[in-house]
Design a protein around this ligand. Structure first.
Ligand code: ASP
Length: 472
């Protein structure tokens, strides 16, 4: 149940979970696709009709995970943000009915546009009541997905399964994989088709709890894992991951296939389409994720595949380029540093004491450099420097900020000679000075550090070297 004291019993989330027939773990069920649609894919009736046409076009698209209605145009407000705003008023004891009515109007518009005979008036009365009872910020935000799920289930004629009955969080705040899988399997094994709203579940305290923003991606992945789907389709408003950031490179190519690990590398360096945590549930089950565009359903999108894949490699050798600005490099020099046991450890413990994570740590015989995100040094840089001096008595220590890191990622690097040479040739040709180089032992990425002013130009010239030159 998701209502410890019965105060939200009217939410209808505390029915007992029926013991189901279940699906044995690791048993891949051919023919089940789990489809998640993002907020922009469900922002209004027209978008929902597109999503429904996609679902109906393939009988194996059996389980649907919707987000809350997103933006209809760039200046619009997502329903989730409207709910947060509305609940903030309720929490302060201020009037919130006008704001709640505006949210209801969004759903009423959708319902009318879909020609449905459905009223959410009772649902909104319950929500208003629970807002007054301070049901919590997470409860408030979750209603976006909950209500959209109800509307979409009615439109598709699918069963509605409240996520608060089947997705559970552990006391540490992470989702409880075991309990969730068992309950999802039991429930879904009884249903050929169902809509399970994204973003929320039942917290360990019995109250509704959400994932972090964008968390419907995680719900989709959890559902796909629970039913051992053959594919998790994630429908959004772009045709997949791009080789480079379109704000930097004009009209970049779409990545056709990427492995889970490559994706981790790229998202760590700033590329984002999918929630960071969304790959973990399906990754362990080896289920691929297909990023697709609701507005261009014929485009194959990007396939995210297991690391052991023998999928065709990209024609470009590299899979993607991503990067981030605003790093600082701390350069420490000391003659004979190499023979001073514990030198690096002592430097790193100063950073650890200040809770500063390190990004990279290239070293030479008499010097080491530590690259850190500059924001962690704000207000403590002098103190950190003094403590490093005290800890290891270097000959010199200096730092340089405004460093940008660029990751060139690609499983194709392992089999191809000359990748690094081509990266450096591209940079040299553009007269960009490289401040640091790091190649991961996985041979999956090469990371270069450049001055912040060179960041965009560096990405463009690496893109041209590996992609434009191949396309021409
Ligand atoms: N609606 C939530 C958000 O805006 C979750 C999601 O869309 O995935 O973050």
């Amino acid at each position: 149940m998701c209502v410890p004291d019965g105060s939200f019993a009217d939410l209808g989330v505390n029915q007992p979970i029926k013991e189901g027939r279940g699906i044995k773990p690791q048993e891949a069920i051919m023919g089940i696709k789990v489809v998640k649609f993002g907020g922009s894919s469900l922002a209004d009736a027209t978008q929902i009709q597109k999503a429904a046409a996609i679902i109906r076009a393939d009988e194996t698209r059996r389980y649907v995970v919707p987000s809350a209605p997103g933006k209809r145009f760039s200046a619009d407000t997502k329903v989730t943000d409207m709910l947060y705003g509305c609940y903030a008023l309720a929490e302060q004891g201020l009037a919130f009915q006008t704001e709640l009515d505006a949210i209801q109007a969004r759903y009423d518009d959708i319902i009318a546009g879909l020609g449905l005979d459905l009223s959410l008036a009772d649902e909104f009365a319950v929500i208003a009541d629970n807002f007054r009872k301070r049901a919590g910020k997470d409860y408030a935000a979750s209603r976006g997905e909950y209500l959209n799920g109800k509307v979409i289930a009615a439109y598709l004629g699918f069963a509605f399964v409240d996520a608060a009955e089947v997705i559970f969080f552990a006391p540490d705040g992470n989702y409880d994989a075991e309990k969730t899988s068992a309950s999802l399997r039991a429930r879904l094994s009884e249903l050929d088709h169902a809509v399970i709203p994204g973003f929320y579940g039942c917290g360990a305290d019995g109250y509704v709890k959400t994932f972090s923003r964008g968390g419907s991606d995680v719900t989709g992945s959890i559902v796909a894992d629970a039913v051992k789907a053959e594919l998790y389709e994630n429908w959004t408003d772009v045709s997949g991951f791009l080789v480079a950031d379109p704000r930097i490179v004009e009209n970049p190519a779409v990545i056709r296939t990427i492995t889970y690990t490559e994706l981790r590398e790229l998202s760590y360096m700033g590329a984002s389409v999918l929630h960071e945590a969304a790959i973990f549930p399906v990754r362990s089950a080896g289920i691929p994720i297909n990023i697709r565009n609701t507005n261009a359903p014929d485009h194959p999108g990007t396939m995210i595949v297991p690391d052991s894949t023998d999928e065709e490699l990209s024609a470009y050798t590299i899979t993607g380029i991503a990067g981030k600005k605003d790093f600082t490099s701390i350069n420490i020099h000391k003659d004979m540093m190499n023979s001073q046991i514990g030198f690096c450890r002592d430097v790193l413990s100063v950073l650890a004491d200040h809770q500063i994570p390190i990004e990279h740590m290239p070293s030479s015989i008499d010097s080491m450099t530590v690259i850190v995100d500059s924001s962690y040094l704000k207000g403590v840089e002098q103190e950190v420097r003094t403590e490093i001096i005290k800890a290891v008595q270097p000959d010199t220590i200096d730092s340089e900020d405004d460093i940008a890191l660029i990751a060139v990622v690609g499983r194709g690097m392992r089999r191809t000679r000359g990748v690094a040479a081509r990266i450096f040739a591209a940079l040299a040709h553009a007269r960009i000075n490289v401040r640091m180089i790091d190649q991961g032992s996985s041979e999956l990425n090469v990371i270069v550090a450049v001055k912040g002013v060179d960041f965009e130009q560096a990405i463009r010239c690496i893109y041209d070297m590996f992609v434009t030159s191949v396309e021409e």
